[in-house]
Design a binder for this molecule. Sequence first.
Ligand SMILES: [Zn+2]
Length: 507
Amino acid sequence: MRMKSLQLFACVLTALTASCFASDVLIQNVLLYDGSGKKPVRADVRIKGDRIAAIGKKLAPRKGEVIRDEHGLALAPGFIDMHSHHDGGIFDDLNAASVTRQGVTTVFVGQDGESNFPLADFFAHLEKAPAAINFASMVGHATVRAQVMGKDLFRPSTPEEMKKMKDLLAKELQAGAYGLSTGLEYEEGHFATTEEVIELSKVAAAKRGFYISHVRDEGNGVFDSFKEITRIGREGKLPVEITHIKLASPQVWHMAATRMPGVFASAKKQGVDLKADVYPYTYWHSTLRVLVTDRDFYNPERVAKGIADNGGAANLMVPKYLPDPSVAGKTLAQIAAVWGVTPVEAYMRMIKATSSATEGGEQEEVIGTSMTEDDVRWFIAHPRVMFSSDGALHGAHPRGAGAFPRVLGRYVREQHVLPLETAIHKMTMMPAAQLGLKDRGRIASGYIADLVVFDPQTVIDESTIQQPEAAPKGIPDVMVSGEWVVDGGKVTGSHPGRVLRHEPVAK
Ligand SMILES: [Zn+2]
C-alpha cells in the first residue's frame, strides 16, 4: 500500500504515462533464461518503467528502485499461449488468474475459426478496460463466413460471397490481426473447400499474416489434413501452423515418430514454413458434434465410427449437458447405461436435444481421451512445435489453468523430454517470432518487461478435471509491462495488459 502511494506521488510529479504505477525494479539473483534457448546464467535485471533497462552479473541498486531478491529462482520472458480461448468472459475477470498464475503474459486468441467481431471494437474495449494479460488475435474464418453467409454455413461459398469475405477479412486484418484461423473440423468451417481457404489465405499473406488451423480431421484422416495445410501454405504463400496438433484416433496412435518427420520434410521441400503448437494432455475438450465431422448425426454407422475413432464411449466424458445436468461428469458409456440405450443411441439423443442451439458447445461439452502419451511427448520435443493451452478462463478442461507449468514440471523435470532452456524458448522467443513481436519474448535490454519467476525444482500444474482452475505450484512472481500481476503467488489486481496489434506491412 505504502509503495503504491509513493508511486502515485511520483507519477503526479512526473508525467501521466501508461507506466506511471510501475516503479523501477531491480530483480536480483536470478537464473536467467533469456528465451534464446541458451543455457541459463546468474544475473540481475533492472526494469525501468515498462522495459528491461539492464542485465548484468551484479547490478548496483539505484536510489528509488524497488529491490527484489529472487534467491536463485529462474527468470524467463513471460510465456506466450499460441492457442487460447481466455478472451471468453475476460471483461468479467480482468485478473485472468488462470492465465497469469501459469506465467503466461500474452494470449493468442481468435482460434479455431472464431474471433471477436469486429476486432476493432474488441480491441477498443480491452484498451478501455485492460486485463492483466496481453491479447493478440487472429481473424476467424467461420466468423467471416457467418457475417457473409448468415446461418447458411453448411455448404461451400459462392464467388460473390468469397469477394465479400475477402473484403471483410482484409478489414479485420487491418484492425491488427495476425492472419487467418480456421476450424475445419467444426461444422461452421467444415464445408469450406480447400480452395476457399487458399483464396482467403492470400489476403492474409498480402498483410504478412500467417495461417493457423484446427485441421479438418484430427483422427483417421489426420495425415491428409496435414497435406491440406501444407498445400494452403504453398499456394497461399504464407507460414502455416497446425494448432493443438494431435493424432487423435486409435488408427493413427503412436505414429508421431514414424510419420511426422515426413510431414515436416515434405513441407520444407515445398518451401512451406510449417510449424505447430501442442497442449500437454492426452485428452481434448470440445462439443459432441466434432465426433461426426460430416454432420450425419443420425446415421448410426457414422456415429458408431465417430465414437470408435475417438477412443470409444468409455473414453468420452461429458462434463456439461444442460438438458439433463444429472448425467454431467459421466462418460458416454455410463450415460448410455443410465438411459438403458446403446452409446450410439445416447449420442443421437443428446445431439437432438441440443440441436436447437446455434452451437452445441453452449449446451453440451465432451472431454475425450484419445491421444497417446508417446505422441504428445514427441510433439513437445520437436523444434518446430510451440505450446498452447487451448484453454478458457473457467473451462472444464484443466489445460486452461495448467498447460504451461505442466510442460515445465511433468515433461521437462520429471520426464526429461526436453531441456528447460529449450522449453522456455518454445514458450517465448519462438512464438514471439511467429507473431513478429519485436520487443517481447526475450530478456534483453529495451524489451518490454513481461517476465515470470519460477522454481524449476517445484513448478507443476495442479489443475485436474475435478478442479480445473486449481493454481499451479512454483510460479511466485509474474510481471506484465513492468508491473507485478502475480506477487508472491498472489494475484495483485493490476491490469497492465495491452492489445498487441499486428502491423500489416504491404509486401
Ligand atoms: Zn481447436
